[in-house]
Each structure stands twice: as C-alpha cells, then as structure tokens.
Design a protein around this ligand. Structure first.
Ligand SMILES: CC(C)(COP(=O)(O)OP(=O)(O)OC[C@H]1O[C@@H](n2cnc3c(N)ncnc32)[C@H](O)[C@@H]1OP(=O)(O)O)[C@@H](O)C(=O)NCCC(=O)NCCS
Length: 154
C-alpha cells in the first residue's frame, strides 16, 4: 500500500464513507446523518486516503470542552489490519488534545471483539457497560483513554 493520507472529510467523500459504513455495521448511520456530522465536523470528521480512494473514516465530537467522544470509526474491509484505523485514531486523538481534551471515550458493542482489542491495544480501557445501548439485549461497553496518565471517566 502506498502512503496513507489523513485529512478532513468533505462532501465528495460521503458516498465512499457510506459504503464503508454499510459494510461495517449492522445498524449503519444513514447518509443524511453522515452529512449532518460533516456539517458540524469542526475538524473532527477525518478520512484516510490512498491515492484517490477512501480507505476509512472517523468522527469525533468534543463534549464539555474536555471530553473527546469517538462517534464512529471504520475502515474498508479490504484495507483492514494495515494501519489505517490506527492512523485515523492517532490523528483524531491528536486533534482532541490540541483542542484541550483530557481524555477520549467511545461505545463499542460487547460482541465486537476485534474493535475492543483494537482499542485495548491503543490504551483504551472498559469502564462501564451500557445495557441495551444498541437495542434490546445488545449491550455496549464504554472504553476510555486518558491523555494525562490518569484512568478515569466523568
Ligand atoms: C476496528 C477497525 C476500525 C480497525 O481498523 P484497522 O484499519 O484494521 O486498524 P489497524 O490496521 O490500524 O489495526 C488493526 C490491527 O492490525 C495490525 N496491523 C496494522 N498494520 C499491519 C500490518 N501491516 N500487518 C499486520 N498487522 C497489521 C495492528 O497492529 C492491529 O493489531 P493490534 O491491535 O494487535 O495492534 C476496523 O476493524 C473496523 O472498521 N471494524 C468495523 C467497524 C467497527 O467495528 N468500528 C468500531 C466501532 S466501535
């Protein structure tokens, strides 16, 4: 793979992002919601590109000025385990820190072992379970990562 470039997403990326979203999740964000996130993005809706192809994307928001929330991250099935997700996460965290966030967090389906392991290996830790977060009997973990060497959530 040639080098991966991480940059801000733009309207022209949305079709490819929606394709990645649809092939990655049982309950994908619909295109209008992706569009809405893009309009609110403020530098936290990122894409990974290789030449002209979108390989993955992530969306973050900042809450209460200190808390980075990873809304979504996904890479295309054919480009997984090649460093794309790590590059996206690293850049999103860098931007969270630049804005002043002291930690980041996310929700992940308790059955999504690949993603849980991906986050764990990047210093995220499970701090809570959210019952029925993804629907009836579909529970989620909250995982957090401190940018200041502490392990807390709130
Ligand atoms: C979770 C997800 C975003 C990870 O994306 P990815 O592009 O595969 O991430 P990376 O390639 O950076 O890392 C994945 C693994 O591949 C490894 N890897 C990276 N480059 C590699 C290479 N060249 N050769 C072998 N392994 C490699 C990484 O080290 C990592 O393993 P580790 O966690 O043991 O360190 C992706 O699996 C995905 O889109 N899943 C579906 C959507 C999803 O569940 N999102 C999370 C919702 S909460």
């Amino acid at each position: 793979m040639s080098s991966i470039i991480i940059s801000d997403a733009w309207e022209g990326d949305l079709k490819e992002i929606a394709e990645i979203e649809n092939s990655s999740f049982d309950q994908p964000f619909p295109l209008p919601l992706l569009k809405a996130y893009l309009s609110l993005a403020d530098g936290l809706f990122l894409v990974a590109r290789d030449n002209d192809r979108v390989l993955g994307y992530c969306i973050g928001i900042v809450q209460f000025k200190v808390r980075g929330h990873i809304i979504s991250i996904a890479t295309s099935i054919h480009s997984r385990k090649r460093g794309v997700g790590s590059a996206l996460l690293q850049e999103l965290e860098r931007r969270f820190m630049k804005i002043g966030c002291t930690y980041s967090y996310l929700e992940v389906n308790v059955k999504n072992l690949d993603a849980i392991s991906f986050y764990y290996n990047r210093s995220y830790r499970i701090v809570r379970t959210r019952k029925n977060y993804y629907g009836r009997n579909k529970h989620g973990f909250i995982m957090t990562k401190s940018f200041k060497g502490l392990n807390y959530f709130e």
